[in-house]
Design a protein around this ligand. Structure first.
Ligand code: 8U8
Length: 597
């Protein structure tokens, strides 16, 4: 038995939710209906749990025409792609990556460098016009992805020239916008070293007045070595290798020591496209939670690293075993397009009503649990002392500014074949009144187990989809009222992630959700369903979605408790109306928001 004691009045400081990001390739996918549905679902994570999206090759969406010496650009496809991100509440982590109509030859000739600078300036000006300076100031601009691999063709000097042009282009519009890089794949690669040296003591080839600014330094470190069949991640190794970069900067470029650090591809395993069915289970999200906690403990707390953002590069489209947040069912195969970083966009508009269906994976559900954590971190004492990197059990205790408590408890070891249970006693002091609590859990194989039990259908029926989706949500394993001691006995499965929410009894129900949109999709089985999205005040922790044949009801619950602010509901000849109700932890329901399907 491990006793875990948390004093809600003892803050350990503000808690930056530094993991709110995902990525994928290529950016062209944003024009496809499958990615649109994906973003609608991922964007509904509570607490803006996935805020930044980092697609590769966005600039391939720009078409350029050369007339004499001047270039003109057609932005229409890029506009549509960025609009889709913004529509669903995302902020671009915008890689200045791609070659519009192949017009850019390189970054050696001064004229080519100037043309790229002007292109970047025009791009950013367009973003200002469309989304406003205030919104764009919250985005990140970054260099070409992984310039130390084959993605980049112009060498180290070409890269620093390119970076100078990117910075000068952005500065021409607004020198306060965030730009950085180099997003390198290999630990301390020559490209990484050349980039930081240039930003420390080089000279911008365009301004000749010293080095270009760098607002963050981004690197990629993942949990597994390169062999496809090496399934044992080395999660502490991610932080250890990131620290090599941090120490290198501290030692060789002390002027840059306070520049924020980002790992924007921090996946448990390299190779999004390799199918490992454990990606569909709770093994992956438990690892993700541990990796995030390791960054807090080992880098932010211990090494005082100005750690800014961590992204799992898991925004791709794929099936159960892929490193994605959702499982896709439908006729398309995206593996080739995503691997080759280019999508065939011909026929795009003709094919908007393609059959598709998505089921949430635990890797998205974990972002929901993490998104419900508070803004203040609380000190944790444990007996025996917690040693998550040895035995798997770890805790992130938090408080919201309004007093609600949220404690994440994970159990994860770097070994796929280990399982077990760890009993714990969680104590949060004395109750001064009535407190409501619920424990949400991600454990086991969730929707994937249902799919296997159904005979692993490649094209599930609508009824089968409903069964899988019901199993895809975090499970409320325990809830109730605490009146004297804020104390809970729990058994924490290995692997799992658990979120304990505790709050003082709220006297009133929260406001009704506000429906934001409803979109109709055709399922692979030919059925019709509606993707509903809503907003709601923070006092609501869960939502019930109910269906009826008539406006007046009666309404039957279809989803009892959802943490995300989106759901897919079936529409048939009979079901015509849905309601979304917000619930407080005590179970008080808001007024329903009604949608005609
Ligand atoms: C060959 C290789 C070595 C390496 O250390 O990292 C790589 C990363 C390598 C090849 C591609 C590569 O791409 C990144 O990682 C991918 C992945 O599947 O893990 C994708 O997540 C990324 O989009 C890509 O930038």
């Amino acid at each position: 038995m491990t006793s875990i004691t948390i004093d809600p009045s003892r803050s350990a400081g503000r808690f930056n939710h530094f993991w709110r990001a995902s990525g994928f390739s290529p950016g062209q996918l944003l024009l496809e209906p499958e990615m649109r549905a994906t973003l609608a679902l991922v964007g509904a994570t509570p607490g803006h749990g996935v805020e930044f999206l980092r697609p590769h090759y966005m600039l391939e969406l720009v078409r350029a025409t050369r007339t004499g010496h001047s270039l003109s650009y057609d932005w229409s496809l890029l506009d549509r792609a960025v609009d889709t991100m913004v529509e669903f509440g995302f902020r671009p982590f915008f890689e200045l990556m791609g070659n519009p109509s192949g017009v850019f030859a390189g970054f050696t000739e001064r004229n080519d460098i100037l043309v790229w600078r002007d292109f970047v300036a025009e791009l950013v000006r367009r973003f200002f016009e469309r989304y406003g300076a205030e919104e764009v100031s919250k985005w990140y601009f970054e260099t070409w992805n992984e310039p130390d691999l084959a993605w980049w063709k112009h060498g180290e000097d070409g890269f620093t020239n390119y970076y100078d042009a990117c910075v000068a282009g952005i500065d021409a519009v607004d020198p306060t916008l965030r730009i950085g890089g180099p997003g390198t794949a290999r630990t301390l690669s020559n490209m990484f070293k050349a980039f930081v040296a240039h930003c420390d003591s080089g000279t911008s080839c365009l301004t000749n007045d010293g080095p270009p600014r760098v607002d963050f330094i981004s690197i990629h470190e993942k949990g597994v070595r390169m062999h496809l069949e090496d399934l044992t991640p080395d999660t502490v190794g991610i932080c250890r290798r990131e620290m090599l970069a941090v120490d290198y900067i501290r030692q060789h470029h002390p002027r840059l020591r306070n520049v924020p650090i980002i790992n924007n591809e921090c996946d448990p395993q390299v190779g999004w496209h390799d199918t490992h069915s454990w990606n569909a289970t709770s093994y992956t999200p438990a690892l993700m939670a541990k990796i995030i906690d390791q960054h807090q403990r080992l880098m932010i707390d211990e090494e005082k690293v100005p750690y800014d953002l961590l992204a799992n590069d898991n925004g791709f489209l794929g099936t159960w075993g892929h490193r994605t947040q959702l499982t896709y069912f439908g006729p398309k195969s995206y593996t080739k397009a995503q691997s080759e970083w280019i999508t065939d966009l011909s026929g795009l508009d003709a094919a908007q009503n393609v059959p598709l269906a998505f089921v949430k994976k635990p890797s998205l559900a974990i972002m929901e649990l993490l998104g419900l954590l508070g803004q203040e971190r609380l000190a944790v004492n444990a007996d025996p002392i917690l040693a998550p990197d040895d035995n798997g059990l770890g805790v992130i205790a938090t408080r919201h500014d309004d007093g609600r408590l949220a404690v994440l408890i994970y159990n994860s070891v770097d070994a796929i074949r280990r399982s077990g249970e760890t009993p714990i006693k969680l104590s949060l002091g004395k109750a001064d009144g009535q407190y409501d609590y619920t424990v949400y859990q991600l454990a086991g194989d969730a929707a994937f187990a249902v799919w296997e039990r159904l005979g692993a259908p490649a094209s599930p029926t609508d009824e089968q989809l409903a069964q899988m989706r019901a199993a895809a949500e975090p499970v409320a394993i325990q809830s109730g009222v605490l009146e004297s001691d804020l104390q809970l006995d729990l058994s924490i499965p290995l692997p799992s992630a658990n979120l304990v929410l505790i709050e003082k009894r709220q006297q009133k129900a929260s406001d009704a959700p506000v429906i934001l949109s409803s979109e109709r999709y055709t399922t692979p089985a030919g059925g019709t369903e509606m993707l509903l999205r809503w907003s709601s005040p923070a006092s609501a922790t869960a939502f019930t979605v109910s269906l009826s044949e008539r406006r007046e009801g009666p309404f039957q619950p279809h989803y009892q408790t959802l943490l995300a602010k989106a759901a897919i509901v079936p529409v048939d000849t009979k079901i015509k109306f849905a309601t979304v109700t917000a619930l407080t932890l005590s179970g008080q329901a808001s007024e329903p928001a009604l949608v005609e399907l």
